[in-house]
Design a protein around this ligand. Structure first.
Ligand code: NAP
Length: 523
């Protein structure tokens, strides 16, 4: 399949007219063909008009039809075969195995949302039947279901070119909810975006859905991105990226005459607590596991363990020494873009000024390579210096040495919102961990025991979210089936005749949904 450099406005391949951008192979710094010209505000308006015109019919498609779209997108992505893998590898510097795994995860994610849509639980049907004889006043017949918000703008993430990009989690959950999607492609992987975008457009056509269900735009965030977020036909936004980008989109969305929600996943350092018992009995395994998690994918995971917190002593010193030895053997790895590499170098430079360097990985052998880094600081210095808890996107981590449990508590209380917090503990550590839990529940979206935060399962119980700045809205998740809830809102139907009710709410329950009927969940 030949890449064209075109955007997709519905089913129409549309060339942009702004300045051309070519993807850069970060492993060589070579520019890749073809050129991708950015879209304009006019292109945004066209895509939004199509999405709006598709909304009312798409949102009332049957559960089976919507699930079929998601399944078909997965099949179309698989049918792209090696071309997709090769292009994604060239555009990101990520290894073949990683991209193949990510393709599998992306398709599984789409199919998991298809299953969720079919089951219909997300409609959260609530029925409070009329009570005409209730005293002193009768009760009306009240029925509630969830309806989709409207067209959603999705910003593809640089660090998951498949699983959090054009047909990634935000797109899958919005389509599952019944929302048309307009993707603003990430400039780091435009060819991958075009291939996947065309796969989605083919699925839309195959399923005989209105073309406005999906569009793909290229161009600058400040022009195309802001025009999308401020278009009155867009009703919600999904984003993964930098804190400054996420905040800019939130501010644009809030400044609209009709403000809309922005679900931005931004920055986290994902603290890892090493309790005394665990450090004493398995320092070597902890050091190995930590360095493996830290250096996975050049550290370019939002759940990368960027902070280690422990009480000082011989066991922590041994852990630090073992982790340093492991880290020194780790080869440098190509980062996603020259910009992300430069940001990493700047972040490491700041840490080097304010903390003590413990170890560095093997030196870079090519352009844009991330040399792993481990630093340490004392709890009092960490508490006094906000720069020490800024996210460094890449394989750098900071060990905070605490004098005692009270300093561990102070450091925990001082933390910003996080995606994850990890506890490594033995039975003897349980009470120390329990004392921290109330604070950690306030700080993080996912709490782990005796594992590592990298690797986020796509399932029903997952939470990939957390208080600011981990995300802009801690009430939701961007990974897992609960992500569908971000793009829904409740509508109540009072005293509707059965013939006018949507199927989900009809008296005969034709969709066989488990309803909350008069306060009790049906079997
Ligand atoms: P980014 O700079 O935030 O860009 C992500 C998307 O948002 C791009 O499409 C970008 O458009 C757009 N955007 C950025 N700033 C904007 C603004 N002010 N107004 C409108 N749109 C805007 O993220 P990135 O390029 O992926 O990486 C840059 C840094 O983000 C990394 O070094 C890392 O620190 C952080 N990051 C964090 C995570 C995480 O999960 N924690 C993931 C990825 C990146 P343009 O391309 O036109 O700018």
């Amino acid at each position: 399949m030949t890449l064209t450099g075109n955007m997709l406005i519905g089913q129409h391949a549309t060339p942009g007219t702004r300045e051309a951008v070519r993807a850069i192979n970060p492993a060589t710094n070579a520019a890749l063909e073809p050129a991708y010209h950015g879209g304009t505000t006019e292109h945004v308006a066209q895509a939004c008009a199509l999405a709006w015109s598709a909304f009312d019919s798409y949102r009332e498609t049957s559960l089976a039809a919507r699930a079929e779209l998601l399944d078909t997108i997965a099949s179309e992505i698989e049918a792209l075969g090696d071309e997709l893998i090769e292009r994604a590898v060239a555009e990101t510097g990520l290894a073949h195995a990683r991209i193949q795994g990510e393709r599998g995860r992306t398709c599984q994610q789409l199919r998991t949302f298809a299953r969720t849509v079919r089951a219909g639980e997300w409609l959260d049907v609530r029925v409070d039947p009329a009570q005409p004889d209730r005293q002193p006043l009768p009760r009306a017949d009240l029925r509630q279901r969830q309806v989709p918000l409207g067209p959603v703008a999705v910003f593809g993430a640089s660090n998951f070119p498949l699983a959090f990009s054009v047909a990634g989690g935000d797109t899958a959950s919005a389509l599952a909810a019944g929302c048309p999607v307009i993707v603003k492609a990430h400039g780091a992987h435009p060819g991958t975006s075009e291939l996947v975008g065309r796969a989605v457009a083919r699925a839309v056509k195959h399923c005989d859905l209105p073309e406005g269900v999906f569009s793909l735009l290229y161009g600058s965030g400040r022009e195309v991105g802001i025009a999308l977020v401020t278009d009155p036909r867009i009703k919600a936004v999904g984003f993964t990226g930098s804190q400054s980008g996420g905040i800019a989109l939130c501010q644009a969305a809030q400044a609209r005459p009709e403000p809309i929600p922005v679900y931005a996943e931004m920055s986290a350092v994902n603290p890892v607590y090493l309790f005394a018992g665990a450090l004493k009995t398995r320092g070597e395994a902890l050091a190995q596991g930590f360095v493996t998690s830290l250096t996975l994918g050049a550290g370019q995971f939002c759940t990368n363990p960027g902070l280690v917190i422990a009480v000082q002593g011989a066991a922590l010193e041994r852990f630090i020494s073992l982790a340093s030895e492991h880290l020194k053997e780790r080869p440098a790895q190509t980062m996603l873009t020259p910009g992300i590499f430069n940001a990493y170098e700047t972040g490491v430079g700041t840490l080097a000024e304010h903390a003590q360097r413990l170890a560095s990985g093997l030196a870079a052998q090519g352009p844009n390579q991330c040399q792993a880094q481990l630093f340490t600081t004392r709890a009092q210095d960490f508490l006094a210096n906000p720069r020490l808890q800024a996210e460094i996107f890449g394989a750098a981590s900071l060990v905070v040495q605490c004098a005692n449990d009270d300093e561990v508590r102070q450091v925990t209380e001082h933390l910003e919102g996080q995606l994850t917090a990890t506890l490594h503990l033995d039975d003897s550590d349980i009470e120390h961990a329990r004392a921290l839990l109330p604070t950690l529940e306030r700080k993080a979206g996912r709490l782990l025991v005796n594992s590592w935060p990298t690797g986020v399962e796509v399932c029903d119980a997952m939470v990939h979210g957390g208080p600011f700045p981990a995300t802009s809205d801690s009430r939701s998740t961007s990974v897992g089936t609960a992500a569908i809830l971000r793009f829904l809102r409740p509508v109540c139907y009072q005293d509707f005749p059965d013939s006018l009710l949507p199927d989900a709410l009809k008296h005969s329950n034709p969709l066989a949904l488990r309803r909350l009927l008069d306060g009790l969940r049906e079997a």
